[in-house]
Design a protein around this ligand. Sequence first.
Ligand code: SAH
Ligand code: SF4
Length: 427
Amino acid sequence: MNENDTEVMAGMLERRGLTRSYDEERADVLIFNTCSIRDHAERKVMGKLGLIGRSKRRNAIIGVTGCMANAKKESLFRKLPHVDFVLGTSNIHELDTVLDQVIAGGQTAIRTDTRFTHELDYIGASRDSKLKTSVSIIRGCDKYCTYCVVPYTRGPEVSRNPDDIVEECRQLIDQGYKELTLLGQNVNSYGNDQKDWGCHFHDLLYRLDKLPGMERIRFMTSHPVDITRELMEAVGSLDSLCEFVHFPLQAGADRVLKKMHRIYTVDEYLEKVATFRELVPNVCLGTDIIVGFPTETDAEFEETYRLMKEIEFSCAFLFEYSPRNGTPAMRWRDDVSEEVKNERLQRLLSLQEEIYAKQRQQMLGTEVEVLVERTTSRDPKYIKGRTRCWKSVVFEGAEDLVGTFQQVKLHGYSHQTLLGDRVASRS
Ligand code: SAH
Ligand code: SF4
């Protein structure tokens, strides 16, 4: 979502006549589009901003946007006096106004609304890739998991009009994009805040799949509670919709899930996994897990371990719990020591590594469809891309295949990357 917001802001700045610079020493405007999800993300930005303040770059205009703008507001000016503007996640449309204000008055500017009310110019975004890109469909979150800062930094759920989404996707296809990722903090809540549209997430997917030239659709992220049978059926039946679904479990013990306010039990979660796999046998499920949530016992962690072993996710993002200001969990003592958190994390990482190895082994000899993204950095005779299930594949081929779909037979792997031979072109 931050990358998408960055591309929208880059588009706005280019229309003002600015050009992108990757050289921070020469840039006239430096914008830090920040993340608050864990302490580590915030500390990195604070460190970088501190360094810039001590350097000679004070004559550049410096702005802080994204979740940290909403989480820290005016306090950013106090801690970092060289920051010129603070623009929250709901105020991106005001970037021009704020820049004008800073340029004209040499004073600081701040906008941090709690609700997203102004649609952005997504069509005018300056996108990094010409092949794959993202499309924002819903912003904010109403779930209020007790550990999570997102509902406070990105505000309540606001769905985007389906006609606008379809039009943006149509234009992107015309521009040659082959893979679109629908974005939201919780995409499957799409439409719940706009009942009169009569468009649920799966309805939107059916509409998008019908667009001529639509090759691949992905989406992220999802909350298990809102993964409906209709959505599973869409994943099974729509040609363009990739069979890869992020299905974040977070924890494997009912007591912890309840304390996290995840509003499902382990049994309910497992039932959905079973239904999904029954309806779509080749579905790949991804997950997010937090270890060391306040009061998580060794036995409860073992339940998470056991569940991960049982489910065998094809992709897992594993995190140590990080207390966030303003969240309910912040009131509870962060009582699992760093050492124990790290131990638990390492155990899950090695378990997942074993699962990946087993899955890679099972894939050998099979054929997969790869969207070719680029030549490899090591050898231009080799090209690289991803399968519908997000696996990275390298095989022999020339640069002119970039942007095409290739059938590849897998014969080996190197670390996480699968290796194969091209057997046919799809387009
Ligand atoms: N909406 C998605 C996740 C968005 S945040 C969902 O509900 O699953 C991405 C991931 O960051 C979360 O799934 C969670 O695993 C992790 N995360 C969020 N807050 C965290 C915190 N305070 N400490 C550690 N990990 C956190
Ligand atoms: Fe955060 Fe996801 Fe929970 Fe929303 S559903 S509060 S984004 S973890």
